[in-house]
Design a protein around this ligand. Structure first.
Ligand code: AMP
Length: 176
């Protein structure tokens, strides 16, 4: 993809200070979603990275991972699996705990969503501390999935989230 387009994507990410709480700079990707050229470009970044890898399923993380992940899965002609915060999925689930700044949280995936040996790519909008996606990786592996890679539109490198995901390869397109 032309670097000018990547720079346009970067410029469209809106910093919102003190959201959802004081001290956090929230990276708002809605200006990308609402612009047809930029939305397509953001999906194309994931697609370029996914093609030729013989992927069976895209797993997306609640909630913005659904927007990118399901569009990528549609375009690749493969299945999409949601990983959600505890209590949101209706059927039988497997659960993985992870640490938040204060306390713990849990992510869940349906027990029949990924089957043993399936080749899976994990997608989310943003990698921060890595706790959420590391929990998602645990769920995929517990189900017997072959987690090829975790892909993020944005990576906050100063938080070293990719360390939490080791040994999963991590790809991000806009680094801060
Ligand atoms: P973490 O578990 O710390 O890597 O957090 C990743 C999850 O929280 C992702 O699903 C992101 O959508 C969200 N998130 C964390 N920090 C931010 C931020 N500064 N801006 C936007 N979303 C964030």
């Amino acid at each position: 993809m032309p670097s000018a387009l990547v720079e346009q994507l970067r410029a469209a990410v809106r910093d919102v200070r003190d959201f959802p709480k004081k001290g956090i700079v929230f990276k708002d990707i809605t200006p990308i979603l609402s612009d047809p050229l930029l939305f397509r470009a953001s999906i194309d970044l994931f697609l370029e990275r996914c093609r030729g890898k013989n992927i069976d399923k895209i797993v997306g993380i609640d909630a913005r991972g659904f927007l990118f992940g399901s569009t990528v899965a549609y375009e690749l002609g493969i299945g999409f699996v949601p990983i959600r915060k505890r209590g949101k999925l209706p059927y039988m689930t497997a659960t993985a705990k992870y640490s938040l700044e204060y306390g713990q949280a849990e992510m869940e995936m349906h027990t029949d969503a990924v089957t043993a040996g399936e080749r899976v790519v994990l997608v989310d909008d943003l990698l921060a501390t890595g706790g959420t996606s590391a929990a998602a990786a645990v769920l995929i592996r517990k189900a017997g999935g072959d987690l090829l890679e975790a892909q993020f539109l944005i990576e906050l490198q100063f938080l070293h989230g990719r360390k939490q995901l080791e040994p999963t390869p991590v790809t991000s397109f806009l680094k801060y």
